[in-house]
Design a protein around this ligand. Structure first.
Ligand SMILES: NC(=O)c1ccc[n+]([C@@H]2O[C@H](COP(=O)([O-])OP(=O)(O)OC[C@H]3O[C@@H](n4cnc5c(N)ncnc54)[C@H](OP(=O)(O)O)[C@@H]3O)[C@@H](O)[C@H]2O)c1
Length: 345
């Protein structure tokens, strides 16, 4: 059995879902992959749960909620990176799920950089750290001989990077199209069924699909981050978020969505990476787009997502589905960890 030390930054929706998933899957992970994943520290904004050994659920939560007061495992002001230093040794894995700040990349950028420098692998859900700092983080990972994986930030339970980097190895990717955000796809699906934008958004919020502040999703930035990260990974490019043309769905007329549906077509928030007019440059674009029923992503409805890769030798390859919620994101991060540590097969 291989014991793998983990530290977790962020104990919100995704962090908690990840911790629960580890408990749920513990036996399965040991039996199928020979891995004992042990969480040594859990970082929140004001401090860190750390007890010098593997944490169990009772040390970090009470009645399902994280608790701090009077808890001997809680250390106000301690950072997860301090816990990595205290642990010593290389070869553990940081599981990064703090907030995404698309301008500074913080706090995730500092956590991931420190972990990679310490010789720890990193599995990252926060898009901010990656959008701001990916080239430097990649160099740090390579320089320290460790892995940097981010399925959790690139449409999570929908396999995107795994397909682009592994399944399509040897093929030249000539274009990418994706429906990469479950919230906007749900809103557009419901608008096609007769709701106006405000009604569809409210319904999505009531169901916990949309955030109370949905700007990041409905203005297209979440989708923009994903197509940027997927494109850069699969094409080996270094585009920045400012290179993505972004239009969200906030100004979309319900009539347009309904009339598209009457004609058998649909409106989707489509992310596209395509060769640009200048040779060697790609155009990255996020915008509401009218698609025909024959389009490979036409049947991707509700909170589902999908991606199509156009290739020279394997034709068009489409993957759809994948759970769009914190549990799906946590499962994608767990997949990355398994793929870093499991024995070769
Ligand atoms: N929600 C999803 O379905 C989903 C899917 C894919 C990717 N993601 C990405 O995953 C990340 C986490 O999402 P979420 O929904 O779990 O967010 P969330 O519920 O808001 O949780 C964010 C967590 O970050 C912690 N945090 C904030 N500042 C920190 C700091 N300086 N040091 C350590 N921890 C800090 C917060 O600590 P406190 O608890 O102390 O406030 C909180 O626990 C985001 O970047 C998001 O874009 C989310």
């Amino acid at each position: 059995m291989k014991a793998v030390p983990l530290v977790l930054t962020g104990f919100g929706h995704v962090g908690r879902a990840f911790f629960s998933l580890l408990r749920e899957k513990r036996e399965d992970l040991e039996r199928r992959y020979g891995l004992a994943l042990e969480v040594l520290a859990v970082g929140r904004a004001e401090g860190c749960f750390y007890a010098g050994g593997p944490l169990d659920a009772r040390q970090i939560s009470q009645a399902g909620e994280p608790w701090t007061s009077g808890n001997p495992a809680w250390h106000a002001g301690l950072k997860v990176t301090d816990a990595i230093d205290r642990h010593g040794g290389r070869g553990g894995c940081l599981v990064e799920c703090t907030l995404s700040d698309l301008e500074t990349g913080e706090p995730g950028l500092s956590y991931v950089s420190a972990a990679l420098r310490a010789g720890w692998h990193a599995v990252v859900a926060s898009k901010g750290a990656l959008v701001v700092g990916l080239p430097d983080l990649r160099a740090l990972a390579t320089g320290n001989g460790v892995a940097l994986k981010y399925s959790g930030a690139t449409a999570a339970a929908l396999p995107t990077l795994d397909v682009g980097l592994f399944s399509l190895a040897g093929a030249r990717v000539e274009g990418i199209q994706g429906i990469l955000n479950g919230t906007t796809n749900y809103i557009l699906t419901r608008m096609g069924e007769g709701l106006d934008y405000a009604e569809a958004l409210k319904e999505a919020q009531d169901k916990g699909i949309a955030e109370p502040d949905p700007a990041h999703d409905v203005e297209g930035w979440d989708t923009a981050c994903k197509i940027l990260l997927i494109t850069n990974a699969c094409l080996g490019t270094d585009y920045a978020l400012k290179d993505v043309h972004v239009a969200g769905i906030t100004g979309l007329a319900a009539d347009l969505v309904r009339s598209a549906r009457r004609e058998g077509r649909s409106v989707k928030l489509l992310a596209t990476a395509a060769p640009g007019r200048t040779k060697g440059r790609w155009t990255l674009d996020v915008r509401p787009s009218l698609i025909d029923p024959s389009h490979p992503l036409a049947q991707v409805n509700g909170t589902e997502k999908g991606i199509t890769f156009l290739t020279d030798s394997m034709g068009s390859v489409t993957v759809t589905g994948g759970r769009s919620n914190p549990r799906g994101a946590a499962a994608a991060m767990l997949k990355d960890i398994i793929n870093i540590f499991r024995p070769a097969f």
